[in-house]
Design a protein around this ligand. Structure first.
Ligand code: TXE
Length: 479
């Protein structure tokens, strides 16, 4: 199936007629083509967005909200079709796409459709100066949204929904590795009555299409989720043009397990936080630190559970772990496993490619647990972004805190303990944007989402996202 750009409410081929192959990770086949859009396509998308802006930015909140909620309802009504498309395009188990990815994409539109009705600005009475100040929150204009391949529609809509709710018009690019559900979204937007030009979707490589978006002088804000190196590049390009930036980048998140935790709950959740979505979630707890007194028991129980996970074709309901997203990514992850071995890591389970009968060219990998002797090895420092976790013991709170913070990333952390004082001390001192205590990936869309250090700049979610996609203008009236 061939994919087209969605510009000004219409589906179009790329002007230069350049196409890229779209691969199916579960069997390695090319199953369609996508545009490799040029600067000219991005310019057309920009012109459509710019033309739509005067009307959309003045459209009532009630009407914008109604359309966003309608998009949400249509996504829900098409859950099965979208979930199948996501699973085929990305390699993730159909169950995950059905229970997480698509429902969450629908929630993003519903949430921001509602949030915009509650988004208010402040006013300040300057007592003694006979003046009143009030703050307008005005949409920026045309904004760029660039998203990755791990949670394709989920992260694409996490940016688009607040951008258009706040009255902006959007030029958006999904990952070239997983373009399908973004393509399908265009039709849903038309059916929901989103005016043409409010959302424009251009497909193509980061280095061509993405680069044209970030270089465009009139696209005044960029919301990006992806790799840290790409984020640094975008920041460099954007800085001289003073673009507003929200960068949600990689993570190397610690999962810290104290001996007093609720063990069974911890064990079950740790399997999930290690291997959900083939470990391709920026929030996965890829560094597991376990208090020495329960380390041996944890090791045995954890490995036993991991061995029960079924690696299989993504369309099978019983599959726990599907295919990795691409051949290049599978090779990258395998390479990290080799590096870990060279650095004396002990592979406790997994570590190998899996060949599935009938789908021999699919990108399957065993869930892998590596015991490391030091937190300073490469596998413990760099983002692998696959079904690979490390485990090592710790003796004290101070020691584990130091190890948790001794990475360049700072996205999320998980703590397992029932000790309130330890929870408070650790949560205060861990360098991360999100700390989960006795849970993982429990999401409330009102909360700020993002990281510190090399995990990014800015926060998404709730009013933070609406603040990002608006400019504050203070008006001071003397009376
Ligand atoms: O991401 P890229 P990649 C991490 C993970 C992964 C690594 C690289 O460790 O292995 O990043 O993945 C677009 N101008 N994460 O290479 O390239 C690109 O087309 C504008 C973490 O796939 O950063 C895609 O749409 N755009 C992560 C998006 O950026 C550009 C999720 C992300 O791709 C561009 C994914 C450019 N010059 C990977 N170059 C997370 N934080 O969740 C690329 N892009």
């Amino acid at each position: 199936m061939n994919i087209q750009n969605y510009i000004n409410g219409q589906f179009e081929n790329p002007i230069n007629n350049e196409w890229l192959d779209n691969y199916c990770p579960s069997n390695g086949d090319v199953y369609g083509q996508i545009p490799n859009s040029s600067k000219e396509d991005v310019e057309n998308a920009y012109i459509a967005a710019q033309s739509a802006f005067p009307v959309w930015s003045q459209t009532t909140i009630e009407e914008r909200s109604r359309i966003l909620i309608k998009i949400s309802e249509l996504l829900e009504a098409n859950l099965q079709r979208f979930a199948e498309a996501e699973s085929k395009d990305n390699g993730k188990p159909i169950n995950l796409a059905k229970s997480i990815d698509i429902p969450r994409a629908a929630s993003n539109f519903r949430f921001f459709g509602n949030a915009i009705t509650q988004f208010a600005s402040e006013s300040h009475e300057s007592i003694g100066q006979q003046a009143i100040n009030y703050t307008l929150r005005q949409p920026i204009g045309v904004v760029g949204c660039i998203s990755p391949w791990n949670l394709p529609l989920y992260l694409f809509t996490w940016k688009i929904a607040p951008a258009i709710a706040a009255g902006n018009c959007v030029v958006a690019k999904p990952s070239e590795v997983t373009p399908m559900t973004a393509y399908l979204l265009g039709d849903i937007c038309n059916k929901a009555g989103l005016p043409k030009g409010v959302l424009n979707i251009v497909h193509g490589l980061g280095t061509t299409t993405g680069q044209a978006i970030i270089e465009h002088p009139e696209i005044k804000a960029i919301s990006f989720t992806g790799g840290t190196a790409t984020g640094a590049h975008i920041a460099k390009v954007a800085a001289p043009m003073f673009k507003k930036l929200s960068l949600e980048l990689g993570g190397k998140n610690p999962n810290i397990i104290f001996a007093d935790c609720d063990y069974d709950d911890m064990l079950e959740t740790t399997v999930r936080s290690s291997f959900s979505n083939q470990g391709q979630i920026c929030l996965c707890g890829s560094r597991i630190f376990v208090e020495t007194s329960i380390y041996d028991k944890f090791k045995i129980d954890f490995i036993a559970k991991v061995k029960q996970l079924k690696v299989g074709h993504p369309s099978e309901e019983t599959t726990n772990i599907g295919a990795l997203v691409s051949k290049a990514h599978l090779e990258k992850v395998l390479n990290y496993i080799e590096i870990a071995k060279i650095e004396n890591g002990i592979v406790l389970c997994g570590g190998n490619k899996i060949i599935i009968k009938g789908f021999e060219n699919g990108y399957y990998l065993e869930p892998t647990v590596i015991e490391v002797a030091t937190d300073e090895c490469i596998i413990n420092q760099e983002e692998v972004f696959g079904p690979v976790v490390t485990i090592m013991p710790f003796n004290s709170e101070d020691e584990v805190l130091q190890m948790a913070n001794k990475v360049k990333y700072g996205l999320s952390a998980t703590l397992w303990t029932n000790d309130l004082k330890c929870t408070m001390r650790m949560s205060n001192q861990i360098q991360a944007g999100i700390v989960w205590v006795n849970t993982w990936m429990l999401r409330d869309l009102r909360t700020p989402f993002g990281g510190v250090k090399a995990s990014g700049v800015g926060r998404e979610g709730g009013f933070e996202a609406l603040r990002f996609f608006t400019e504050a203008k203070n008006v001071c009236i003397k009376y």
